[in-house]
Design a protein around this ligand. Structure first.
Ligand code: ZN
Length: 252
């Protein structure tokens, strides 16, 4: 597997037989092998996670499919506004929160499970080739103190529930594939705007499920947040990967 951090929450992950692109906003997508299908995932409708330019990938890579959270509403009017061709729309699958779907890709069965986000849309857990991959989207412990105690209490409960659902999905997927209940690659927000609470979501995730490699995202260009986190949690240095720039490539 090879993971390329494109920008913000956008990642390209190369599997044995296909590619997955998550939450593309901007950045240079490296040239893809023509013999590997491309599956494009959008976690929700926010502009920092969804750029309609993704639909133009189909022209260059005919074996492309799109998986959109339900809130990326592809009404006829919106499709027209965004310039989504009928051909591209025919390759769109819409996903509800807390759903499970199997997809055949290059002779493999890819399992797609969604977890309802604590913000808009969903987080994705994918299982295939004996691997488990998690992309959080905006599913995070959004501990905005300025919102008040009631908001923060509700958020703690919501994120706790999301992590329980993720743990259940990991267990199910591990059982289906006959592999260890462990996420191989996780991509999750480490948002410096949260101040001292910036790592609560990542910490809770790592305490709830077992993760081999976690790639922090939603950094708003502040890569120093990763350095700060790794310095404060030396026991996590093997797990939380030091992303330092847009376009960085990680062989896994
Ligand atoms: Zn976001």
């Amino acid at each position: 597997m090879t993971l390329t951090f494109l920008a913000h929450s956008g990642f390209l992950l190369e599997w044995e037989r296909f590619y997955t692109l998550f939450d593309y906003e901007r950045g240079e997508i490296p040239p893809l092998r023509a013999d590997k299908p491309l599956l494009v995932f959008v976690s929700h409708n926010h502009a920092d996670h969804f750029n309609p330019v993704i639909f133009s990938l189909l022209a260059r890579y005919p074996d492309t499919r799109f998986f959109l959270a339900r809130d990326v509403a592809m009404t006829p009017r919106r499709r027209e506004k965004l310039g989504v061709s009928d051909e591209a729309f025919a390759r769109v699958t819409t996903l509800r929160p807390d759903a499970a779907l199997t997809v055949g890709v290059a002779g493999e069965t890819l399992m797609i499970r969604t977890v309802k986000s604590t913000d808009a849309g969903v987080a994705y857990l994918l299982g295939c080739e004996g691997r488990l991959v998690y992309h959080a989207g905006d599913c995070n412990w959004w501990h905005w103190e300025s919102e008040g105690a009631a908001y923060c209490g509700n958020m703690a409960a919501l994120y706790g529930r999301a992590m329980e659902k993720l743990a259940a999905a990991v267990a199910l997927e591990a059982q289906r594939q006959g592999c260890a209940p462990c996420i191989d690659v996780a991509m999750a927000p480490l948002d410096p705007r949260l101040g001292d609470a910036y790592a609560m979501g990542v910490e809770k995730l790592l305490r709830t499920v077992s993760v081999k490699k976690l790639f922090p995202m939603h950094l708003w260009g502040e890569f120093g947040a990763v350095t700060r986190y790794r310095a404060a949690h030396p026991q996590r240095a093997e797990t939380v990967m030091p992303i330092t720039r847009d376009g960085e490539v990680f062989p896994l």
